[in-house]
Write a protein that binds this ligand. Sequence first.
Ligand SMILES: [Zn+2]
Length: 67
Amino acid sequence: MNCKHRAVLIVTKAVEGTSTSIANQRVELACGEPAGHPGTHHDKRRDERWEDRGPELTHLLRHVDEP
Ligand SMILES: [Zn+2]
């Protein structure tokens, strides 16, 4: 029985020549640890970890700088 906690990872990217950034990728994560595990949730496929913030869906932001 797995934890099944879910989160959404939103990858943002700077718009060239401006100070704004746009979301260019949305990745759904699912924890693959056993149910009731201690510590952070962990999506083993993407190797992403996130804190438990209660029953609400967690949104993670990741900014990526690309040339
Ligand atoms: Zn978990």
